[in-house]
Design a protein around this ligand. Structure first.
Ligand code: SF4
Length: 250
């Protein structure tokens, strides 16, 4: 599937569908896409956005020999409560068999991720991330993440819904920030973004500003975004230090 995530190369969706669990899920892009894919009879979306495994896609990375950065499950959550443990083991087996690829795994189910990954070794080619959309639901996920030993630990602060205040960024390598898109998008305040950027600078953590979303920095809603990636006159696309820049195709 073509991807719309600019900080990765390919998406890999060995499962499809999900269930909303927190404020960041309110206008879930994957849900809207799933309804469209259901109408097109695409495999994995027979029941719309209902979670299911898609075994026909499980081995896709094994077939690709070119080293690739995969975003795992752009249309689902790998640590969803209905993910069968045997199938999750198979996903991690594929990751282990393809050390020449890099896998970015992002979840809102930080507790499930923590439980699973404290019971098996984490392959070196995995980057682990959690979504942090607000203080109440998002910040506790960072505490689970920081205690896992992956090559890169990252935060996807998207959609940013409020000022996060002081964040404990211990062990975090990369922070991605973005506003929400779509007709029902919630606005993002520039000061919320600058607060995070400053904390990243102070702690020498890579900061990636993805986009304003539907609302601009001037708090005006637009159909077409102008300067949607500019923050204080610049584009901020920093990557964690370990990354080989040749993998990134932004
Ligand atoms: S966890 Fe992600 S994929 Fe699942 S409903 Fe929430 S936003 Fe959508």
């Amino acid at each position: 599937m073509a991807h719309k995530i600019e900080w990765t190369e390919q998406t890999w969706n060995p499962s499809a569908g999900c269930t909303k669990i927190s404020s960041g899920c309110k206008n879930c892009y994957a849900e809207t896409m799933a309804i469209r894919l259901q109408a097109m009879n695409v495999e994995g979306y027979k029941n719309g956005f209902r979670f299911n495994t898609v075994p026909s896609r499980l081995n896709d990375p094994l077939k690709r020999k070119k080293p690739t950065v995969y975003f795992v499950n752009s249309m689902s959550d790998i640590f969803h409560e209905e993910m069968p443990i045997d199938y999750l083991n198979k996903i991690f087996d594929v990751i282990e068999k393809t050390p020449y690829h890099t896998y970015q795994i992002l979840t809102k189910r930080a507790e499930n991720m923590f439980q699973y990954l404290t019971k098996r070794p984490i392959p070196k080619n995995i980057w682990l991330g959690v979504t942090v959309e607000n203080r109440k639901e998002g910040l506790p996920r960072i505490d689970k993440l920081r205690n896992l030993k992956a090559s890169v630990l990252f935060l996807s602060v998207e959609p940013l819904l409020e000022d996060l205040g002081k964040i404990n960024l211990k062990n975090i390598d990369w922070v991605i920030v973005g506003g929400e898109s779509g007709n029902r998008a919630r606005p993002m305040d520039k000061n919320w973004v600058l607060n995070i950027k400053k904390q990243c600078e102070n702690e020498d953590i890579a900061f990636f500003f993805k986009q304003w979303g539907t609302w601009g920095a001037d708090k005006i809603k637009r159909n077409k975004k102008k300067n949607g990636k500019i923050l204080d006159g610049e584009i901020w696309h920093e990557y964690p230090k370990i990354i080989d820049q040749q993998y990134i195709t932004t």
